[in-house]
Design a protein around this ligand. Structure first.
Ligand code: GBH
Length: 474
């Protein structure tokens, strides 16, 4: 899938793996931790494919020293992980922090640095404190102040050592899955309204936090802060058909552009998205668009709140204009694009992930061109396997040839974007360090460079072949 080229990334390129608190930590009710919406959601009957939850998962809360050893062995220069808001601030009140939670992250950060691994910290990877949810969560304006208060607390505690921050992970997935389809916490199924409302409070939370860091901490702590957006690459099924071209562009606008345009461009949602949702709203007899209008003041607040572009990318789709409503993309009932994979593409673990390395190079170029050549950090990219699909008989899938190919070929395309196209690429974080709780899929879908034995109380971690492949590339 594309020629291999030789060359190097920047000398200071960040090489790492990524994880998220709820997916790896466990200790869900230990040492004063509060509950999060994912604790609640995963404990709800029928919510998770295999009926599991993240109560223990990789047990990183107790086994973090092993994680650090694994990162060291990989030769990672960086590690991206997230903080559990409810472990740090069980009541979401920064005047009543949980000392054990603060101590845990201090030990962890110090352990990384002692091994010459720099932390990249995500403040929010989907595990909102349940007490914040109980007061309206992302659907209430109050969340903006709460988020800022939490971020302020984190900068004050960890910012002396953490120089790379991500405010929010994939707001688009949160909005679509958590509030549109209702298949992620908090499980709200309101694609017409809630889905759009929370995109606004997320943008405002991010923007206020960025500005607070800049005014209160930047001079002293001298770190970088931004947001992480996920995006598929999307191409017209038939590039000579203008409807297909429009549908592909709309898909990118309404997923990546929904958040990228406001932050990296002009403070507002893409025109295509605003116009289309207004039209759909009017057709329903509404006076105003279901997509909340951002005021001039809000636009100015949001615009430019980034130090880099955090990108999560996994796969690619083809697009056509929708002809049949039942084909509507579930995340967006307003989506006029019908998207699907090319049947010739190789499939990874589950239904959604097709291996299309060239899509990464195209997406990197698109971002660079559309958003004024920002420094880009690939904050996630990786490949899942489903038990015994790829390697029957190898139950731990330690010989994960497909993942090795995935990593090599995607990085090869990233290198082309850097060397041949001049994209300003600064780092690459592989999703993920070890098998973990894969949200609605539970433990049925595995992304790890390390296999984790979830039957074993010790949660033994075993390197897969891909761990060695990644290290060799690093
Ligand atoms: C990222 O989301 C997340 O940041 C990370 O936490 C997660 O573990 C990782 O990717 C792997 O999924 O099964 O058809 O319902 C990327 C966006 C959203 C893509 C959920 C897969 C499931 C599609 N992901 N989606 S489906």
């Amino acid at each position: 899938n594309g020629d291999m080229i030789k060359g190097h990334f920047r000398k200071d390129f960040m090489w790492g793996a990524a994880t998220a608190s709820y997916q790896i930590e466990g200790a869900w009710d230990k040492d004063g931790k509060g509950q999060s919406i994912w604790d609640t959601y995963a404990h709800t009957e029928g919510a998770i494919e295999d009926g599991t939850n993240g109560d223990i998962t990789c047990d990183t809360y107790h086994k973090y020293l092993e994680d650090i050893k694994m990162l060291k062995r990989l030769k990672a220069t960086h590690y991206r992980f997230s903080l559990s808001w409810s472990r740090l601030l069980p009541t979401a009140d920064s005047s009543a922090p949980n000392a054990a939670g603060v101590a845990f992250y201090n030990k962890f950060i110090d352990g990384l640095l002692a091994n010459n691994i720099k932390p990249c910290v995500t403040l929010y990877h989907w595990d909102l404190p349940q007490c914040v949810q109980d007061k309206g969560g992302w659907q209430s304006e109050d969340v903006v102040e709460k988020f800022k208060e939490y971020a302020d607390f984190c900068f004050s505690q960890f910012g002396d050592r953490v120089k790379l921050w991500v405010t929010i992970n994939e707001p688009h997935v949160q909005c679509g899955f958590g509030f549109g389809m209702g298949i992620h916490a908090p499980g709200i199924k309101d694609p017409m309204n809630a889905c759009y409302q929370v995109s606004r409070t997320m943008l405002l939370s991010h923007a206020h936090t960025y500005r607070m860091y800049s005014s209160k901490y930047r001079a002293k702590q001298n770190g970088l802060i931004s947001i992480t957006l996920n995006s598929d690459w999307c191409e017209p099924k038939d590039p000579s058909n203008p409807d297909h071209v429009k549908a592909a562009q709309f898909y990118i606008d309404a997923t990546l552009g929904w958040f990228a345009h406001p932050i990296f461009k002009d403070g507002d949602y893409p025109d295509s998205m605003k116009e289309h949702i207004l039209e759909m709203s009017k057709a329903q007899g509404l006076k105003n668009s279901r997509l909340p209008v951002l005021s001039e003041q809000e636009k100015n607040l949001i615009k430019g709140t980034y130090d880099f572009f955090g990108l999560n990318h996994y796969t690619t789709r083809l697009a056509e204009q929708i002809t049949d409503e039942t084909q509507a993309f579930a995340i967006h009932p307003d989506m006029p694009s019908f998207v699907y994979p090319d049947p010739s593409w190789e499939r990874a673990g589950k239904q959604w992930l097709f291996i299309v390395p060239t899509g990464l190079r195209k997406l990197l170029n698109y971002i660079s061109k559309t958003y004024g050549d920002p420094s880009i950090i690939i904050t996630e990219n990786g490949c899942s396997t489903k038990h015994s699909v790829n390697n029957p008989g190898d139950t731990k899938q330690l010989e994960d040839e497909q993942r090795c190919r995935f990593i090599t070929s995607y990085l090869n395309e990233a290198l082309k974007a850097h060397l041949l196209d001049g994209v300003d690429l600064r780092g690459y974080f592989l999703w993920t360090l070890m098998d973990n709780f894969e949200w609605a899929a539970g433990y049925t879908e595995r992304f790890g460079l390390y296999h984790v034995d979830f039957e074993d109380p010790a949660r033994t971690r075993t390197p897969r072949k891909s761990a060695a492949t990644f290290t060799k590339i690093i």
